[in-house]
Design a protein around this ligand. Structure first.
Ligand code: ZN
Length: 204
């Protein structure tokens, strides 16, 4: 995970490079989202498409790609900062002979890019990514019990071990056992950005 982090800035530059073909810029954004995906790749991608309003035809609004890259970069910087703080803490702990970490933050156990994993690509928190990630980290630091409360939205959990019914975040991270019907079909629609507000024509 750490090795791939270094290529995020290079990919973000490609997203912003208006001399590149729109499709190449989109693929660069996809690389960014593979490196920094707080909800897991699919739900993060869905969020970016909706929040940055990436149109089906990219040339209709190329700035949307830049908005999405900016949002990812803000989120990545937030997590990177925390991960660096944690690494420094571990160095201090090891120096005093503490071999096992006192705490294991979400980005360690899940990979830092899946801090608020949402198994359903279309059900995830609706706020800005960085705000949600900050809320998870703050609740984690405050010692909120993940079995009783959702770390992302804070509501009380009625059913432990299930994705939050409000925001979609699953407490088990990517290890979550989760099934949905037609998930591949739905994902294809997300990938091709075929879920905008235009009414679907009725097939006679
Ligand atoms: Zn929630």
């Amino acid at each position: 995970m750490i090795g791939s982090v270094t290529s995020f800035p290079a990919q973000a530059c490609r997203v912003r490079d208006n001399t590149l073909a729109p499709q190449r810029r989109l693929y660069a954004l996809r690389e960014c989202a593979l490196h920094c995906a707080p909800y897991g790749f699919r739900a993060t991608w869905h969020h970016l498409v909706v929040a940055a309003r990436i149109p089906r035809r990219l040339t209709d609004d190329l700035d949307a790609l830049v908005r999405a890259a900016d949002e990812l970069q803000r989120t990545r910087e937030l997590v990177l900062h925390r991960a660096q703080e944690y690494a420094a803490l571990r160095r201090r702990e090891k120096a005093t002979g503490m071999r096992t970490p006192r705490t294991s933050p979400p980005w360690n156990s899940w990979g830092w890019s899946q801090i608020a994993y949402c198994p359903d690509p279309e059900h995830h928190p609706t706020g800005p990514l960085a705000t949600v990630v900050q809320a998870v980290l703050d609740r984690y630091d405050a010692g909120v019990d993940v079995d009783r409360h959702c770390l992302a939205c804070g509501i009380e959990r009625r059913r432990p071990g299930r994705a939050c019914s409000t925001c979609g975040v699953h407490p088990d991270g990517p290890a979550a056992r989760w099934r949905a019907s037609q998930i591949e079909e739905r994902w294809q629609r997300v990938w091709h950005r075929e879920f905008d507000d235009r009414p679907t024509p009725l097939v006679p």
